[in-house]
Design a protein around this ligand. Structure first.
Ligand code: ATP
Ligand code: MG
Length: 201
């Protein structure tokens, strides 16, 4: 047997073992239910991951809803596209909290959007719900952690919820089924590159 054939055989045997392990895991995963996904951490890619999942779901004809906390009043590429495709959007009307610096107004704005979230989390026609930047509402105390946990626990069985934002609360991470932390390795902004339409918003 040539050296090449030998390598090929070993490669095949290794791939076969990998396949058996993956197949066994696929066979073991039998439960069918919606999940809670948290995408947190300091790197870029949390909201884009959430919206990527919404795009995926819409592509399968599933019904989706989005709430955007913090985003504010500027032009918003994901909203422009997804609203045309029938995704319902609830966006916080005021801008960044560090622009308004009015706690009462910010709390009222956050509570207004949270009320929409609560409705979405009770709506069993919604397959996938994205709560973009919700983590900050909890850290700033605009929305009660207990309210969030209760609404998530009582949501329809098949509904999947994606929550994004830095510094996700420990109890939110515990409740979630899938948690990913996006690590900041570097970001163009730190090198002085301006945020760009279509890339950053
Ligand atoms: P994106 O919406 O691009 O996926 P994100 O949701 O992970 O980003 P946020 O904290 O919500 O990150 O910030 C949104 C904006 O801040 C985006 O314009 C993004 O490019 C920028 N941003 C994200 N991470 C960083 C970082 N580590 N340094 C500087 N700017 C960042
Ligand atoms: Mg984000």
């Amino acid at each position: 047997m040539s050296n090449e054939d030998n390598q090929q055989d070993r490669y095949q045997a290794r791939q076969q073992r990998v396949k058996e392990k993956v197949d066994a895991k696929i066979a073991a995963a039998k439960e069918e239910r919606g999940i809670v996904i948290v995408i947190t951490g300091n790197g870029k890619g949390k909201s884009t991951s959430g919206f990527g999942t919404i795009a995926r779901a819409v592509g399968h004809g599933l019904k989706c809803g989005v709430a955007q906390f913090i985003k504010g009043t500027w032009d918003n590429g994901e909203r422009n596209l997804l609203e045309k495709l029938g995704v319902s959007f609830h966006v916080m009307a005021t801008g960044f909290t560090w622009e308004t610096q009015n706690k009462a107004a910010d709390t009222a704005a956050a509570q207004g959007v949270w009320e929409k979230c609560r409705q979405m989390l009770q709506d069993d026609t919604l397959n996938v719900v994205l709560l973009d930047e919700l983590t900050y509402m909890v850290s700033y105390g605009y929305v009660e952690l207990e309210d969030v946990l209760t609404a998530l626990q009582n949501r329809p069985l098949m509904q999947t919820v994606i929550i994004t934002g830095r510094g996700a609360h420990r109890e939110l991470l515990e409740l979630a089924d899938t948690v990913s932390e996006v690590k900041n390795v570097k970001h163009a902004f730190q090198a002085g590159v301006k945020a760009q339409k279509g890339v950053d918003w």
